[in-house]
Design a protein around this ligand. Sequence first.
Ligand code: NDP
Length: 383
Amino acid sequence: MRSLTVLGATGSIGASTLDLIRRNRDEWRVVALTAHSNAADLAGLAREFGVEIAVVADEAHLPALRDALAGSGIEAAGGPAALIEAAARGADVTVAAIVGCAGLAPTMAAIEQGGIIALANKEALVSAGEVMMAAVERYGATLLPIDSEHNAIFQCLTGNERAHVRWITLTASGGPFRDWSWERLSAATPAEAIRHPNWDMGAKISVDSATMFNKGLELIEAHYLFPVGLDRLRIIVHPQSVVHSMVEYRDGSTLAQLGPSDMRVPIASALAWPARMDTPCAPLDLAEIGELTFRKPDEVRFPATRLAREAAQAGGAIPAVLNAANEIAVAAFLGGQISFTRISAQVEDVLGSYAPPPPGSLSDVLDVDMEARARARVLVTST
Ligand code: NDP
């Protein structure tokens, strides 16, 4: 039996992970499950999986969690320190599925225990970059990407030498607005932005997908996970989301990973790694799909990938600034405070105003994140 912790258990990735665990109950013992504020769903999951501890990051929801777990013998805890403590209990596999840089400190706590970290929380890696990769090395942890593109690349790289890689190509669906004019984009609503054509995901990543910041964050994520050089990382728009990414080698061979648009496939790949496990996903029916198409990204309508590439080139603290500014802009867009096209413009403005020195520790990264958020909030209120 292997032990598992899910950070962000009540979200979309959390649900997909626990669906797989539910189908293989006799192989897994669940140690800890966490949420932000959704005490009711968290308590339900904690009871179902008989966990040791359930944590709400927002302490205001701890009384509700305690009530819901009364008599179960399950420990209930709340607040950021409790979240870190739960992650630091260690598990054979920790699924890092909190959204945003809020997941960074608990993910680092899990890394320090040296187990397998199945990483969905791309904002944590984008923000902490070198600091996180150094911790993975120092504590002997294993970082397995469950972002579908990075999981695909990881699979395509297995058994091959990095030195022979010519290109790593990240595919992007292009999001719900890929064919929209600039004028139409300016008037796009949150409801339209979160209606993704291929994937069913949380609100933040859905907006990121619409702006292409998701692909920008993924470019930075790939830069840290697969250090073949930024100039060997490319993005291509592939509206069907069937080819999840590709690696081309020096001899002209391109390896790709294909699969249904269902996060249970990459999650299963990480949970079972280096073996394989069954998923309930429908098999890929290429004859039914008929056509796979590809096109170049448009960085005029969608400047996010350019901004991310520039941030990755600058390195150090700059990706953390980009991420924090984007998180604030996305929240402001979802809250009706700024327009869709202001998201990228605002991130660019914050990047132009703040260039802190490279962070040397987790606390440096969190300081950069906090300052960049403060600057982004000022822009929201002055817009
Ligand atoms: P969701 O919004 O669906 O879920 C987020 C989870 O994190 C919830 O459990 C939520 O708790 C918790 N959470 C939110 N804010 C905080 C906080 N401040 N502190 C602690 N916990 C918090 O997100 P997704 O599952 O869609 O995405 C999770 C991560 O995975 C993101 O980084 C995303 O980019 C990445 N990812 C997601 C994919 C997908 O298909 N959804 C695909 C690839 C990557 P509560 O429910 O209480 O709010």
